[in-house]
Design a protein around this ligand. Structure first.
Ligand code: FAD
Length: 310
């Protein structure tokens, strides 16, 4: 079973990624679970769902109501495996559901494999210094969260009809008065095709302004390492890495970033990395598809000038 998060009646992209991944598990039925109004629940059949359950009577997200309803459905359907996206909402829901169902939870997995009904859940451990593969032998369901952009969304057409259900739930003590949008949509780094990412080597907030100017010229967005976030040069929402976001751009500029394992954990392997670093021995240089060994400032100045002249 996959919990398919829906935001403003549209399914979150991670829902398609998880359904696609689940449909690779041999001999298992894939059940998509959608709560609230979702106009595209039916589309999940195109990505490998065998069944789609839509709980119609719950309204928009409310932590207590969603936890209650999801637990009721999981108890009724008894899935062997239950997957959720490690979005902010998924991270809030998953541990509560796991605790109520008295099962374990492996969060932020980067790979999943199924063998004989047992799911092998791989995630970074010990500060990202090693990858741990975890199994949950006794308790069911085996619960996992996976970050957006880790798995591919793949078409795998199946036929079916959305099962619309109504579930009784306890009235919530939480009341949502108003939802205030942060207005970050246009610079969502997880959806960007070109990312200009800066690290400690960029040196200042002014340096990041220059990266922004360059990013605007080439149709990209600016992101950063944890050091850049901690120094207040860029917002936390734009941090790439193990404790930030996983990105899947076509081109990733790593500027003044050393390339620690925790940072690289957030960059999809298919991304083309262009590193600008003055240290030829920095780990990012080995990872990069193209490396420029230089102080970043003059390089970016020249690229901006070239682009403006064109
Ligand atoms: P540094 O490692 O200090 O590298 C700076 C680089 O800039 C160097 O390679 C240097 O040669 C180069 N440089 C300096 N001046 C110039 C110049 N003028 N021109 C060109 N190059 C220059 N980090 C993340 O990024 N994301 C995470 O999500 C994350 N999660 C973490 C989770 C845990 C549990 C832990 C323990 C750490 C985590 N970190 C994360 C931190 C990570 O270990 C590193 O500290 C961090 O990534 C380093 O950032 P940096 O590359 O910007 O800085």
């Amino acid at each position: 079973m996959v919990y398919c998060q829906s935001d403003k009646e549209k399914l979150h992209p991670v829902s398609y990624e998880l359904i696609s991944k689940a449909s690779e598990f041999h001999g298992m039925e894939v059940v998509a679970l959608v709560l609230g109004n979702s106009e595209d629940a039916e589309v999940l059949f195109n990505y490998g769902a065998d069944r789609v359950i839509l709980v119609e009577n719950v309204g928009s997200y409310n932590l207590e109501v969603y936890t209650d309803v999801i637990c009721k459905i999981v108890k009724k359907e008894s899935p062997e495996i239950f997957l959720l996206g490690a979005t902010q909402l998924g991270r809030e829901l998953a541990p509560r559901i796991a605790a109520r169902l008295n099962t374990g939870l492996t969060a932020d997995c980067t790979n999943l494999e199924v063998n004989d009904g047992l799911i092998y859940m791989t995630r970074p451990a010990f500060g990202g210094n090693l990858m741990a593969t975890i199994i949950c032998e006794k308790h069911r369901p085996q619960m996992v969260t996976v970050r957006p952009n880790v798995f591919e969304k793949r078409e795998n057409k199946k036929l079916g009809k959305v099962e619309k259900v109504k579930i009784d739930y306890k009235e919530s003590r939480i009341k949502i008065e108003e939802v205030i949008e942060k207005g970050l949509k246009e610079t969502d780094i997880t959806k960007a095709e070109i990312i200009v990412s800066g690290g400690r080597g960029v040196g200042s907030k002014e340096g990041f302004e220059k990266l922004k100017e360059f990013a605007n010229l080439i149709g990209g967005v600016v992101a950063g390492s944890r050091v850049a976030v901690e120094n207040g040069w860029i917002e936390k929402e734009k941090q790439v890495g193990q404790t930030g976001k996983t990105v899947r751009p076509k081109i990733y500029f790593a500027i003044g970033i050393s390339g620690t394992i925790q940072h690289l954990a957030g960059i999809h392997e298919n991304s083309f990395i262009i590193a600008i670093n003055k240290d030829k021995n920095a780990p990012i240089i080995k990872m990069a598809n193209l490396a420029i060994i230089s102080d970043w400032g003059p390089v970016i100045d020249r690229l901006i000038k070239r682009k403006i002249e064109k």
